[in-house]
Design a protein around this ligand. Structure first.
Ligand code: ADP
Ligand code: MG
Length: 331
C-alpha cells in the first residue's frame, strides 16, 4: 500500500517550473527524503501534497485521497511541520498542543492522553507548561513535531526539520524523529539539504534539482553506484594516474589537482594492496594514502554535477516572507 502517489506533478510560477513532472510512490511506514539545494522545488512539492498549493498539471493522492478533489480528507489525515515556525509564543507549549487538538476536533479525553504521550516522545516534559517564547530553537521544533502528531495523522510532512539548528541540536531532533517514527508507525516525508540528515533518517531518498528527480534509491544503493569508498593518494607525480583504471575493483579515477589521485572502490580492504602493487610496478611513488567512506554529498555531486553548499540552506528575509504569505493563502 502506498501512502503517496504522484503522477507528473508539476507547478509553474510565471515562467519558472518549480516542480517538473514529479512521479513518485511513497510506501506506508516509509521515511522518504527529498534532498536538494535551495530552490530545487522541495517546499513547492510539499505544499501541493498538503493542499496548500494547487498543481499546474499532474495528479497526486495522499492516503488514497486525491489532492484536488478531496483536500479536506487529505488535510485531516496528515501532520505538517513547515519551514517557518507557527507556534504561538505567548502561550505555553501545552496550550499550543491543546488548541491544535481542539481545531482538529480531537475528543478531550483522547487529546489529554495523546498529548502526554507526545510530550514524552519529544522530551519536553520539564518545559511543557512554560511559555514558548522561553524555548530554544530545538525545543520549538520538537514542540512543532509533537503538535503535527496530536490528531494522529497517517503521514507526517517535515519541511527542513533541522534548518538553522546547530549540529548537536540537529542530531537530537533526528533522534526524536526516529522515535516518533517507531512508536507512531507513520509515513514520514521530509525535505532537507543536509546530506547527513537524509542518510541517517531516510529509507529512500529522491535527489532533486531544478524540480526534477536526478536519482531515487536507498542511501545505501545511491552510494553503491558511486563506489562506497574513496582512496586518496598523494604522489610525487600523478600524470599517469589513468593506469589505476585497469585495476578491476577501481570504478573511477580522478585527479582533482597536481599530485592528488582519488580512486572510487567498493571495498578498500581488498583494493588498497592492489593499488599499492600497481604503483610499485609502474615505479610511481605514493607519499600518503587515505580512505574515506562516500557520503551522500559525493553522491549529489555525482548526479547533479555540483556540491550542495551550506549557505544555500539559509533563506533570505524576502524568501521567508514569501513563504509565510504563501502558507497563509495570501499569495
Ligand atoms: N509563490 C511563488 N511564486 C513564484 N516563484 C516561486 C514561489 N514559490 C517558489 N517559487 C520558486 O520556485 C522554485 C522552487 O522553490 P521552493 O519549492 O521553495 O524550493 P526549495 O524548497 O527546494 O528551496 C524557486 O525558484 C522559487 O523561487
Ligand atoms: Mg524550501
Amino acid at each position: 500500500m502506498n501512502s503517496i502517489e504522484t503522477s507528473e506533478l508539476t507547478k509553474k510560477f510565471d515562467g519558472i517550473t518549480a516542480v517538473d513532472g514529479l512521479s513518485i510512490q511513497v510506501k506506508e511506514g516509509e521515511v522518504f527524503g527529498i534532498l536538494g539545494p535551495n530552490g530545487a522545488g522541495k517546499t513547492t512539492t510539499l505544499s501541493m501534497l498538503c493542499t496548500i498549493l494547487k498543481p499546474t498539471s499532474g495528479t497526486a493522492t495522499v492516503n488514497g485521497f486525491d489532492i484536488i478533489d478531496r483536500p479536506h480528507d487529505v488535510r485531516r489525515s496528515i501532520g505538517i511541520v513547515f519551514q517557518d515556525p507557527s507556534l504561538d509564543n505567548r502561550l505555553t507549549g501545552s496550550d499550543n498542543l491543546h488548541i491544535h487538538a481542539a481545531l482538529y476536533g480531537v475528543d478531550d479525553r483522547i487529546a489529554e492522553e495523546r498529548i502526554e504521550k507526545l510530550v514524552k516522545l519529544v522530551g519536553l516534559e520539564d518545559r511543557i507548561n512554560h511559555l514558548v517564547k522561553t524555548y530554544s530553537g530545538g525545543m520549538r521544533r520538537r514542540l512543532e513535531i509533537a503538535r503535527g502528531l496530536v490528531h494522529t495523522p497517517r503521514v507526517l510532512f517535515l519541511d527542513e526539520p533541522t534548518l538553522g539548528l546547530d549540529p548537536q541540536t540537529r542530531s537530537k531532533v533526528w533522534e526524536y524523529i526516529d522515535s516518533v517514527r517507531k512508536s507512531e508507525r507513520i509515513t514520514v516525508v521530509l525535505t532537507t539539504h543536509y546530506m547527513e540528515e537524509a542518510e541517517s533518517l531516510c529509507d529512500r531518498v529522491a535527489i532533486v534539482d531544478n524540480g526534477r528527480i536526478a536519482a531515487l534509491d536507498s542511501p545505501h544503493e545511491l552510494t553503491k553506484k558511486t563506489g562506497s569508498e574513496v582512496v586518496t593518494l598523494t604522489m610525487a607525480d600523478s600524470s599517469r594516474a589513468g593506469e589505476f583504471k585497469t585495476i578491476p575493483t577501481v570504478t573511477n579515477v580522478k585527479s582533482p589537482s597536481e599530485g592528488v589521485v582519488m580512486l572510487s572502490v567498493q571495498d578498500s580492504a581488498a583494493a588498497v594492496p592492489k593499488i599499492m602493487r600497481r604503483a610499485l610496478e609502474l615505479g610511481m611513488e605514493v607519499k600518503t594514502l587515505d580512505v574515506q567512506k562516500v557520503t551522500l554529498n559525493e553522491v549529489f555531486m555525482h548526479y547533479v554535477g555540483r556540491e550542495i553548499r551550506e549557505e544555500e540552506g539559509k533563506h533570505s528575509a524576502k524568501e521567508m516572507m514569501k513563504h509565510r504569505l504563501q502558507a497563509s493563502g495570501r499569495i
